[in-house]
Design a protein around this ligand. Sequence first.
Ligand code: MRU
Length: 344
Amino acid sequence: MRTVFWENNELKMIDQRILPSRFEVVSYRSHKEVAHAITDMVVRGAPAIGAAAAFGLALAGYESASTSTEGLLADLGAASAVLKASRPTAVNLAWAVDRLMRVARSVNGSVADLRKSVLDEAQKLADEDVEINKRMAEHGAALINDGDTIIHHCNTGALATVDWGTALGVIRTAHEQGKRIHVLVDETRPRLQGARLTAWELEQYGIPYEIISDNMSGYFLKAGKAQKVFFGADRVAANGDVANKIGSYMLALAAYDNNVPVYSVVPTSTIDLSLAHGDLIPIEERNTDEVLGIQFHGEPVAPKNAKARNPAFDVTPNRLLSGIVTENGVVYPPFEINLKKVFK
Ligand code: MRU
């Protein structure tokens, strides 16, 4: 089953807030509900929120009561702004909405034609995501050796995309090629996408894994107990700096210091050539409840009036990365020059 899909004139999504305790699919009929679901992390992961926003815009087309194409385009424009504001760091979201708006503006037909074109393009984008992920997975799997132990951060699997995944898709393909792989799953504080979602996916695929708390990776890397680090990205700047889930930078630093290669796996839709370097990437700061809400043995961890900070992403400088895996091949340094070449 896909993470994000269109069925019976509704957008359906696996509810990632409650996995792995419960598996539920939720339905959406308005773009505002979809924007809220993205902010609230029903759906998360850069390509998955891009696809969700695309179907959200298709819903906006059917919500609009406009009888003229100009009026419908204006309603779609307003919905675009709502969807784009739902999460700022992952560029796939704006990329998807802009792509659909370009198609909408190019339609030369009736209001019904326009609505249908937007939905068709959203479906095309979702189908392409799966195909692109499988191509990335083939390129990335060639970097993995039989017997490797891999440290993986956040969730980059089928749940983070329409299907298959980015970095976890690479690991899955290498496993299906018969390579014996062990995954050390960073639990990924504060929302625990690793411990909850990646571990759940690895169980479905029968890939051996162990969960580690984020602060353990330095120990395993220094002890020579991990041969590769793989993670995804929410936005890659033109120079190859990578914004990804908070904690990726520290993991990459520890890997670099121990000569362990670090790969970021991204569709080209995650590469933002308009930003020269990673410091220009907007970093989402989320509600501190995500940090303070955790319990230990059933008791709240932090004092009642504790304050916290919660940046959801950090930027790994390009010098710490060995390669960036895309659907068009693996990009190696110098990224400033070579990243541009993967755009066909
Ligand atoms: O806050 P999230 O769970 O949306 O963060 C997701 C990540 O950081 C992923 O690593 C990233 O989106 C790339 S995986 C497809």
